[in-house]
Design a protein around this ligand. Structure first.
Ligand code: KG4
Ligand code: ZN
Length: 342
């Protein structure tokens, strides 16, 4: 008999639900929240309110798309953290309610493990290439920037991470400085296509081992713009494409230097990209081209699985379920999950 799992993701500003049968994704429904756009960033209070409005319709849609009814579900999986506490609370409470009313197992998942396992999302009829263990993942999102060694579906070791901002924050901040909307990453990516990546130079940090830092490069853009606009008030408009391309290029160089070093030192040649910033077109190209040059097997997620989605949470939850992992009814969400201990 097959195992049917319902997964819920509500860690930030996307409400998502997915139904999985024996690891095969039958549905993956997402509702994003436009309400934050006019504020230039996610407002936690508005996010949790929007999750409350979205969660029942999103779950109903996921069940309908999968052709299943709630009473057929064998286990419920939810994102416990890291993320915004109010947002996580909506998914956690909903999952507990379902577990209690159907008397089925409850399984908590670390959001980052979901991103890392997004390469194992299986859909009916799909035969996506999947990394073999151990692999190294460059996990790049709005909240995290890490290099993680993944040894199996349940073992993750962070070998490097940012000591300040995440790379997604640097993209968003760049967009804000240049007067583009939120989230900024997609806008910077789009404008950079018609720009010269070598026109402007931004200083790169010197950080030991596989760690990253993005606050200095962000500040160097801020001061550079401030000084340039003093001399020429139209500086941004006249150089927008080159500014986006050059800043993006600096961020990607910083990421690539570290993942190259990690592959050289560990000898691991299975390399994956994960997280929201892995939608970046130049980062995707650079990982592919470095991979070809260095004999890596590279795995780049489809764009629809780079952002927060419940299908990746379902995959991570499925393997935890098989391993006998169960969450208790008094489980609470955690906004920061240190070293993947959940
Ligand atoms: O993983 P994600 O959806 O949410 C978090 O868990 O943080 O990542 C969101 C981040 C934002 O900072 C957004 O600007 C960035 O991913 N992003 C991009 C692109 N698309 C999304 N950054 C650069 N280029 C893109 N094409
Ligand atoms: Zn995420």
């Amino acid at each position: 008999m097959s195992t049917l799992i319902l997964a819920i993701e509500s860690s930030c500003d996307d409400t998502s639900a997915s139904v999985v049968s024996d690891g095969i994704i039958l549905s993956n429904v997402m509702a994003s929240q436009d309400v934050h756009q006019k504020y230039g960033g996610v407002i936690p209070e508005l996010a949790s309110r929007a999750h409350l409005q979205n969660i029942v319709p999103v779950v109903s849609r996921a069940l309908k798309d999968a052709g299943k009814e709630i009473k057929e579900i064998d286990a419920i999986v939810f994102t416990r953290g890291p993320g915004l506490l109010g947002s996580l609370l909506v998914g956690t409470s909903f999952a507990k309610g379902v577990a209690l009313s159907l008397n089925i197992p409850l399984i908590d998942v670390n959001h980052l493990q979901g991103h890392l396992l997004s390469h194992f999302i299986n859909e009916p009829g799909s035969n996506r290439r999947q990394p073999s263990f151990p692999f190294l993942s460059l996990l790049v999102s709005g909240g995290h920037t890490q290099i993680v060694r993944v040894d199996d579906f349940l073992s993750f070791e962070v070998i490097g991470e940012t000591i300040d901002d995440a790379v997604g924050e640097a993209f968003d901040k760049c967009a804000k400085i240049l007067g583009l909307g939120y989230p900024g990453g997609p806008a910077v990516d789009r404008l950079a296509k018609d720009g010269d990546p070598l026109k402007f130079k931004f200083s790169k940090p010197r950080i030991p081992a596989y760690n990253f830092s993005f606050s200095g490069v962000k500040t160097s853009l801020l001061y550079f713009i401030r000084d340039s606009v003093k001399d020429n008030p139209s500086f941004i408009e006249e150089n927008l494409n080159d500014l986006c391309a050059s800043f993006q290029n600096t961020l990607i160089d910083i990421l690539m230097d570290k993942i190259i070093k990690a592959t050289q030192d560990t000898g691991i040649k299975e390399v994956t990209l994960a997280g929201g910033v892995s939608a970046n077109s130049v980062l995707r190209e650079r990982v592919e081209s470095e991979g070809k040059k260095r004999g890596w097997n590279t795995y780049i997620p489809e764009n629809r699985f780079t952002t927060d989605n419940a299908a990746m949470i379902a995959v991570a939850g499925y393997y935890r379920y098989l391993n006998g992992h169960r969450a208790q009814m008094d489980t609470t969400p955690v906004s920061r999950a240190i070293n993947y201990i959940l």
